[in-house]
Design a protein around this ligand. Structure first.
Ligand code: ZN
Length: 501
């Protein structure tokens, strides 16, 4: 057997354990009775430990070296060279952090999650502050272990967006801030121009589910290789290219939550389903980074799902399903209602215009906390001042409407937030290129044909799985690096007429 084949066989066991843990995790969030929590935590810990031990074992390192020598000379684009390259990267990350530190982070964040949930509910930042201090201390140790040249944050960011640098993200946000902050202020002056009450009426949950399912199937989410269930937090999870599942949650008094949530998760799922079948069962299957993943979900959610063309096609069906709520609301009014901008304090509820300001704030705060420029105790004031300067609003508390609203920091996810914005920027860059290649896409969407867009995404992005780093992929697809120009132009073109600016 070749060394590459030996490596694949060895990694297959790791992948099986990871996917088995994935199934247990999916079950935990969908069907498991509450009583199962304790046993499930033990089961998951065992499977995760076995997968991790098997992956960081010296066998993996030795096989990698031998396989690398074997594929030396294979082209950069070949599956063989890509596999060795990507696994080497994952292996380096996984082995650089000492086991003791991994365990310490796991223990602290498990504890921190409980403390955070209580503090958030009670709007009591002070009770979470010591935990946050501890977590940032651990994050500094993690960054040191992972290694970085320029900025400490680089090491953490690289785990989620390989190859992306802090300075690059800062430059993107600086450009965004300059144009977006005044644009948001101008829209806030004219909030009355859009009435979003039609989507805030009472909508029967079963009918919402029926409609949402019909939409995502028509977009191209393959239900013979996927399924949708209810969960408290919407997510996508996969155990194979041929088993990619999503979840959604329904709100009776805010119809967009489930519908656009489903479209968003279906966007993630279609990316996972679209990996080349040759990559099945290898570490090359799936999305290349969180940012590129988010570009897919946001494209389907916003550029497709919140477009006029999409609703030219789907609105008559929705009206038929909800005649009381929508019978007297015309297409134009509905289109505006689903694109309403608001002074939201909460990131996950933010519209596409203000969303990135929420991310920018978190990214700046993470850096300042990490580099010791900001003391944990001053975090709420820092947060509130930025909310005022970017969005013109002040949170009423230092808890669920403010600095404690997100789960990420309590879970030790520092460096993760910017990938949401990177995904938003990339979604427009990829979209522009798709339309340049296939100009009929907007008309196709308006007539209910989503295959031309999905086929383009498959051929240019999905099929590659993790073979290319996100920076390489974007260059290959669009001919340029990530930038904010296209995103800003898209926002202005779309929202200037909506708010009659
Ligand atoms: Zn997402």
């Amino acid at each position: 057997m070749s060394k590459l084949q030996e490596l694949k066989t060895h990694l297959a066991d790791v992948i099986h354990l990871q996917h088995a843990a994935g199934v247990l995790g999916w079950d935990q969030q969908t069907y498991m009775p509450p009583g199962g929590a304790e046993a499930r935590a033990e089961q998951l810990a065992t499977l995760s430990r076995l997968a991790h031990e098997m992956f960081v074992a010296e066998t993996t390192g030795a096989l990698l070296q031998q396989a690398a020598a074997e594929v030396d000379g294979a082209g950069y684009d070949s599956d063989e060279a890509a596999l060795v390259r990507v696994v080497q990267h994952d292996y380096d990350l996984a082995t650089r952090v000492p086991t003791k530190l991994v365990e310490e982070i796991a223990r602290t964040t498990t504890l921190a999650h409980e403390v955070w949930a209580k503090a958030r509910q009670a709007n009591d930042f002070a009770s979470f502050a010591p935990m946050l201090d501890k977590i940032y201390d651990l994050m500094r140790q993690q960054a040191d272990a992972l290694g970085y040249e320029d900025r400490m944050y680089d090491a953490l960011l690289d785990q989620y967006e390989p190859g992306m640098k802090t300075a690059q993200v800062e430059a993107l946000f600086a450009e965004l801030r300059e144009e977006l902050v005044p644009f948001v202020a101008a829209i806030f002056e004219r909030l009355d121009a859009v009435d979003d009450t039609p989507v805030k009426l009472n909508y029967d949950v079963d009918k919402q589910a029926e409609f949402g399912l019909k939409v995502i199937e028509q977009l191209g989410y393959d239900m013979t290789r996927g399924r949708q269930d209810k969960a408290v937090h919407p997510f996508t999870t996969e155990f194979s290219i041929n088993d990619v599942r999503i979840t959604t949650r329904y709100q009776e008094d805010w119809m967009p939550a489930a519908l656009f949530g489903s479209i968003h998760e279906a966007g993630h799922a279609m990316y996972e389903q679209g990996s080349d079948p040759r990559l099945e069962g290898t570490m090359l299957a799936g999305g290349t980074s969180l940012g590129v993943h988010e570009s897919q979900s946001r494209m389907w959610e916003n550029l497709v799902g919140r477009s006029r063309g999409f609703w030219q096609y789907f609105y008559p069906d929705l009206q038929k399903l909800f005649p009381e709520q929508l019978g007297a609301v015309n297409l134009d009014a509905f289109y505006k209602a689903i694109n309403a901008v608001s002074r939201s304090l909460i990131r996950v509820e933010a519209d596409e215009v203000t969303y990135n300001l929420h991310i920018m704030l978190r990214f700046e705060m993470e850096n300042d906390l990490l580099e010791g420029k900001l003391a944990v105790n001053d975090a709420p004031d820092y947060w509130n001042a930025k909310m005022d300067s970017y969005l013109g609003i002040t949170p009423p508390d230092n808890g669920k409407h403010g600095v404690l609203q997100d789960v990420h920091w309590s879970s030790g996810l520092v460096g993760y937030f910017p990938t949401y914005s990177l995904g938003n920027f990339l979604s427009v860059q990829y979209w522009d290129k798709a339309l340049a290649d296939v100009p009929s896409i907007p008309d196709d969407i308006a007539s209910g044909n989503f295959a031309t867009l999905l086929d383009w995404l498959r051929a240019n992005i999905h099929v590659h799985g993790r073979k290319y780093w996100p920076t390489e992929l974007t260059e290959r697809v669009t001919g340029e690096p990530i930038q904010v120009r296209s995103f800003m132009r898209y926002l202005k073109d779309k929202y200037t007429p909506i708010y009659d600016l």
